[in-house]
Design a protein. Structure first.
Length: 213
């Protein structure tokens, strides 16, 4: 199981937390985690296939392969079309639940929602990372740590969950010359690197026409 770690800026008061489950991080991960570890989608032989967990929807992002048993997407209908958020840093996809306040309620599936309710999948992925040359003084477990920062390129896609057809695509960059106050990392990431990532406010208006009326 992944464990989240928090590095804080040197001089910032607070407690460094270790050993938290990955679901406590910013991503709000649900399902079986990234890297192909999801349970396989299931359906009776005479029934259309549906995802068993939200993580099963990663194949919509990776292969453009949808689930026939999911509800049809009709953009002309003036209603909210529920979407599943999937994130990738280049090493597989993770199903996520946005933090409260990042998006209007109902846009994305929450912890209590069922994966078979998804009409869309929003795929957000880091496609490139470039070192900024900036080094930030941080602390980890009370000890000084030098953090190197990276600008990133990203891609956002809105994909129909039933057919795997892309409805919208956008490529952008996340750049900053500021040091973070704190960062989240996990056991499979380099502890001395910080990536400027796309934020919800960077693509909220871009996906709205496809999700909300």
């Amino acid at each position: 199981m992944q464990r989240a770690r928090i590095w804080v800026a040197a001089g910032v008061l607070g407690v460094v937390l270790c050993g938290c489950s990955s679901s406590a991080g910013t991503s709000g991960t649900t399902g079986a985690g990234s890297g192909g570890g999801s349970s396989s989608a299931g359906a009776a032989a005479d029934e259309p296939e549906v995802p068993v967990t939200t993580q099963d929807l990663e194949r919509v992002c990776t292969d453009g392969l949808g689930f026939e048993g999911l509800p049809a997407y009709d953009r002309t209908k003036k209603t909210v079309h529920p979407a599943q958020l999937m994130n990738s840093a280049g090493d597989g996809w993770t199903s996520s639940v946005p933090v409260d306040g990042d998006f209007p309620k109902g846009w994305f599936l929450g912890y209590e929602d069922k994966p078979e309710e998804a009409e869309l999948v929003v795929c957000v992925e880091r496609t490139k990372a470039t070192a900024t040359g900036k080094v930030c003084d941080m602390e980890a477990d009370g000890k000084p740590l030098k953090i190197r920062t990276y600008n990133t390129s990203y891609r956002v896609r809105v994909v129909e969950a039933r057919t795997g057809k892309e409805q919208y695509g956008y490529k952008g960059k996340a750049e900053s010359d500021e040091c973070p106050v704190y960062i989240f990392t996990s056991d499979d990431e380099d502890a001395d690197k910080y990536y400027n990532e796309v934020r919800p406010e960077d693509y909220r208006k871009r996906v709205k026409p496809y999700i909300a009326p």
